[in-house]
Every structure is written in structure tokens, then in C-alpha cells.
Design a binder for this molecule. Structure first.
Ligand code: NAD
Length: 277
């Protein structure tokens, strides 16, 4: 075979990008919802997105969360017009965020949903005993808000795009003390599959990401979380706990064209725990 007959399209394109020092997410616009502080999984993702070239919009929950999130927005070079309040329980706030993105950018390439909530009593009891109101609230904040996010993102993703949400292994198997969040995450993963099927023809990919346990504020609401972490560290093939940076880099990969035809699947970032756990 002569050199001329060899298909080197990918090699040529990657060489060109290297020579021109083009970062994989250069020119891409993304939104990150779910940064509470610098321990948040969404913060690991935001750093990775920005670090490989993306421009970001970032939301914060409310005034109380501003002291923790404002310095992070600055570190990401986010303009004040794209650092916005968003409590998904507040009517109109999520829609207003996407309206602002439309005004500023006129389009969007990726969106990360990294939020969850369940009322404490419901989260700490058996699924058998959880209240109707608690279940509905957990589903609304942790799952249906992802559907709403997809709906608002869809018209802005004119060149295709990618939607991500954070799940957990408790969606798939019963994990002690994960309780109500198990069914909620199962619904979230199934939702992502349906969204992937519906939006795929428009070039919009949808993937849940399933990190291993990480000590964050949300995680502190789960009973005996320390034991869960110890178990994961001992059992995972990697014998290592996952960091927010690990999740960030893997999620940033999914946002690039390297993952152009990966959709619908849950991507585990758990050191392989799910294959043995
Ligand atoms: P975190 O506390 O840093 O983030 C949770 C976020 O949810 C916060 O930013 C909070 O403001 C936001 N949130 C809660 N209610 C909201 C509402 N009404 N409107 C808007 N935002 C709201 O904790 P985290 O661990 O980074 O959690 C992020 C996601 O990762 C969650 O979906 C969580 O279930 C998932 N996850 C966490 C772990 C872990 O071990 N920490 C593992 C797997 C998946």
C-alpha cells in the first residue's frame, strides 16, 4: 500500500489542531448548573471545560451561596451577565438563565446539570416510608429539572450539543443509606436515555455521568457516607477514591468532538467499582 492510499484524515486534523494550538473546546459555549462551592463536582467539571477552551455560563442557588460561588465565577473569567441565580424551584428562573444565554451568545454547545435534593427525613428513612411530597420534591429538583434544562437548551443547540447530568450507582443497585435517591437517580438515567433518543436526530447527545462517592455538601446528607467511601476505596479495581477533577476531565472529554457519537449511556467515573460492587 502506498502512502497515498492510506486514510490519515484524523491524524491530519489532530496534527493541524496541535500546530495551531487549538484547544478541544475552543469556541464552545456551555452552562454549568450545580456549583455550591469548590468541593462541588460541577466545579471540577467547570474547571476542566474552561481549561480546554470553553466559555461558560454559571449559576448559583441564591444570595446565601454567592460568597462561595462568586470567586469561582471570577476564576473562570465568567462575565457578570452570565453568572446568574437559579433555584429550579423558583418559577421562571431556569428559563431566565437560558434567555440570557440566548441574548449573550445566541447559541449553546453543552449543558451540565449537577444538582440533587431530597428532604432530610425522607432521605434518611426507608423508601417504603418516604412521603409523597418528599418523593415529588426530590424528583422535581433532581430529575424533572433536567428535562426542563433540555427543553430550554434544545432551540439554542443549533449545531448539535451535549447534555450531562450526575447520577450514582444507587440508581442501578441497592446501596445502603442511599434510599430515596436510588429511585430518583434511576428515573434520571432513564430520562437521559429517552432524551438521547428524542434529541439525537438534532445532533444533541445526552449522557448521565456516574461518579464514585466524593465528600461534598450534598454527600454529607447521606447517612454513614464515610463507610461508603471506605468501601469504595477498598473494593474499586483502582483502589482509589474519585476526585472532582477526575469527574471533570471525563465529562470534558464527553463534551468534545472526541465523543461525537457517544450518547444515551451512563459513563462511570468510579475506578471500576460498578463492575465489582
Ligand atoms: P454539591 O452539594 O456540591 O452540589 C449539589 C448542588 O445542587 C448544589 O450546587 C446545590 O445548590 C444544588 N441544588 C440543590 N437544590 C437546588 C435547586 N432547587 N435549584 C438549583 N440547584 C439546586 O454536591 P455534589 O456531590 O457535587 O452533587 C452534584 C451532583 O452529583 C448531584 O446530582 C449528586 O447527586 C451527584 N453525585 C454526587 C456524588 C457524591 O458522592 N458526591 C456521587 C454521584 C453523584
Amino acid at each position: 500500500m502506498t502512502a497515498k492510499t492510506i486514510n490519515t484524515n484524523l491524524l491530519d486534523s489532530l496534527r493541524r489542531q496541535r500546530e495551531e494550538r487549538v484547544q478541544p473546546l475552543a469556541g464552545k459555549k456551555g452552562i454549568v448548573i450545580g456549583i455550591a462551592n469548590d468541593q462541588s463536582i460541577a466545579w471540577g467539571c467547570a474547571q476542566a471545560f474552561r481549561g480546554i477552551g470553553a466559555d461558560l455560563c454559571m449559576t448559583y442557588l441564591n444570595e446565601k451561596s454567592k460568597p462561595y460561588t462568586e470567586p469561582l465565577a471570577k476564576a473562570l473569567d465568567i462575565p457578570p451577565s452570565l453568572y446568574l441565580p437559579c433555584d429550579v424551584r423558583e418559577p421562571g428562573q431556569l428559563r431566565a438563565v437560558f434567555a440570557e444565554i440566548e441574548k449573550e451568545w445566541g447559541r449553546l454547545d453543552f449543558a451540565l446539570h449537577s444538582i440533587a435534593f431530597a428532604p432530610r427525613d425522607d432521605l434518611h428513612g426507608r423508601v417504603t416510608d418516604c412521603s409523597q411530597e418528599g418523593f415529588a420534591m426530590a424528583m422535581d429538583i433532581s430529575c424533572h429539572s433536567f428535562i426542563r434544562m433540555a427543553k430550554y437548551a434544545e432551540p439554542l443547540m443549533t449545531n448539535g450539543g451535549a447534555l450531562f447530568t450526575m447520577s450514582y450507582f444507587g440508581a442501578e443497585k441497592v446501596v445502603e443509606n442511599y434510599n430515596l435517591m436510588g429511585p430518583v437517580k434511576a428515573a434520571l438515567e432513564a430520562t437521559a436515555r429517552y432524551l438521547a433518543a428524542e434529541l439525537g436526530p438534532k445532533g444533541i447527545r445526552v449522557n448521565p455521568i456516574s461518579p464514585g462517592p466524593i465528600q461534598t455538601r450534598a454527600a454529607s446528607g447521606i447517612g454513614r457516607f464515610d463507610e461508603l467511601m471506605e468501601h469504595a476505596a477498598a473494593r474499586a479495581p483502582s483502589r482509589a477514591l474519585v476526585t472532582i477533577e477526575d469527574v471533570g476531565m471525563a465529562t470534558a472529554f464527553l463534551a468534545t468532538d472526541f465523543a461525537k457519537l457517544i450518547t444515551g449511556d451512563t459513563m462511570y467515573v468510579d475506578g471500576g467499582y460498578h463492575v465489582v460492587g
